[in-house]
Design a binder for this molecule. Structure first.
Ligand code: GAL
Length: 428
């Protein structure tokens, strides 16, 4: 982990000194022109199958509406922004920001805001009357002292259990497990068939699994209280949740490189279950150029992660306006597309997410996405840990480190101590 960070920081330094290069992934000096058009450098981590489709759809609208600008894709590969965020920090610290970058609405952006790296966007919210089109709870989440610093383009759900109906059938599982104990029993049944009970990807996907297990074991109010002053991560309730997590992890297959290969094991019938955000839907469902072109309810199916039905463990991708953006006007044009009904309705059906706007065209959201829209409107809310809602970046880094150590030792008591220490260090 440390070695990787060092590499990323080095990549960042190289990026800062590489003037005029053309490599994607943020290694190009920005503010340039291409074919007489001024470039707009958009930084994200949506390069992989499934994710890139959504971005591409929004880019098409951007290019149509703003023919004088050229979209420049500065995406850095790696699910959940694992690698992108380290490089972004280097760029921001070196005052070489992209024109706009993707960040999660909520606690993730706090550090950038406190460090004065972002422009406030109240002017855009006023001009486009955005407070009327986004849910008020979302606007609250992204406001700091009445100022808003990002434009949410979607709502993703983290607590989704994807499963392969045939593999479940083979194992004699007649209905998707609804509680963590049922889940553990189902994993045991799959083990008996020789298939992988639970697929996992790189380290962050295990933190992703952990948040669903914490929510499923503790319940929504107790989960949400974990991020408020006075939270007690040393409690017997957290201990129970972590013990269940440890049992569940004992059924995990070999860690895959990222979330896509882990999800694919389910869609291909090699594994029974994968707990992953609904970006997996875009990946499963989109046609083969970008996705897997799999059949819903045949090759893959879904249910809320065990124990979490009735709660939307949410996160939101949003775009920002860094101070010192070389093409500020171009970035604002991008933000306008990201905020618009047309932009969101192009992006989200491909991305596997639902629009942040309340007035989107519902007929475009079918199959899994229709379920998601319905649940979003009626469920309780809980904020994702791994995807920036509930904890800020230093806290998440400590949680990821604790999970990383756990993966080596499988020491649940040490995991709880490390999570407790991380909460104490980050909660005032
Ligand atoms: C999340 C992000 C999603 C998706 C996912 C996997 O953090 O919000 O949009 O990209 O990572 O990479």
């Amino acid at each position: 982990m440390r070695r990787w960070l060092a590499t990323a920081a080095m990549a960042g330094l190289l990026a800062l000194s590489a003037c005029g290069g053309q490599e994607p992934g943020g290694t190009q000096a920005t503010g340039g022109t291409a074919g007489g058009k001024q470039q707009v450098e958009v930084f994200s981590w949506w390069t992989g199958p499934g994710e890139a489709d959504g971005l591409k759809a929004m880019v098409q609208i951007f290019q149509k509406q703003y023919p004088n600008y050229q979209f420049f894709d500065a995406a850095v590969a790696g699910g959940s922004g694992d690698k992108a965020k380290a490089l972004l920090k280097t760029k921001l610290d070196g005052n070489q920001p992209p024109d706009t970058f993707q960040g999660h609405a909520g606690a993730e952006l706090q550090g950038y805001i406190q460090d004065g790296k972002l422009e406030e966007l109240n002017f855009l919210y006023d001009e486009l009357k955005l407070r009327d089109v986004f849910p008020s709870q979302l606007v609250e989440q992204i406001s700091v002292d009445g100022k808003i610093y990002s434009v949410p383009v979607n709502i993703h759900r983290s607590n989704v259990m994807w499963f392969n109906p045939n593999v479940l059938k083979e194992a004699g599982i007649t209905a998707p497990p609804k509680t963590l104990d049922e889940f553990i029993a189902a994993l045991e049944k799959v083990k008996g068939t020789g298939k992988i009970p639970l697929s996992i990807g790189s380290e962050w996907t295990v933190t992703h699994l952990l948040e669903s297990v914490l929510l499923g074991s503790m319940g929504t109010d107790a989960y949400n209280a974990l991020f408020k002053p006075g939270a007690n991560w040393a409690s017997p309730e957290v201990k129970t949740a972590l013990e269940k997590f440890n049992t569940i992890m004992s059924y995990a297959g070999d860690p895959q490189d990222d979330w896509q290969p882990a999800a694919k094991q389910v869609a291909d019938g090699q594994a029974a279950f994968n707990i992953m955000g609904d970006w997996a839907y875009g990946y499963f469902h989109n046609p083969p150029e970008g996705g897997l072109g799999k059949k819903s309810k045949v090759d893959f199916d879904w249910a809320p992660s065990p124990g979490t039905e009735g709660t939307y463990l949410w996160l939101s991708d949003s775009f920002t306006l860094p101070k010192g953006a070389k093409n500020r006007e171009g970035a604002i044009a991008w933000l306008k597309v990201a905020a618009s009904k047309e932009g969101q309705d192009a992006f989200n059906p491909k991305k596997g997410s639902i629009p942040a706007r309340k007035d989107a065209d519902k007929s475009l959201y079918t199959d899994y996405l229709a379920d998601a829209l319905e649940d979003w409107s009626g469920n309780k809310l809980a904020g994702s840990i791994q995807h920036g809602v509930a904890v800020n970046q230093p806290w998440l880094a400590s949680i990821n480190e604790a999970v990383g150590l756990y993966l080596g030792t499988k020491d649940v008591a040490a995991l709880q101590q490390a999570l407790d220490a991380a909460a104490k260090a980050n909660l005032q």
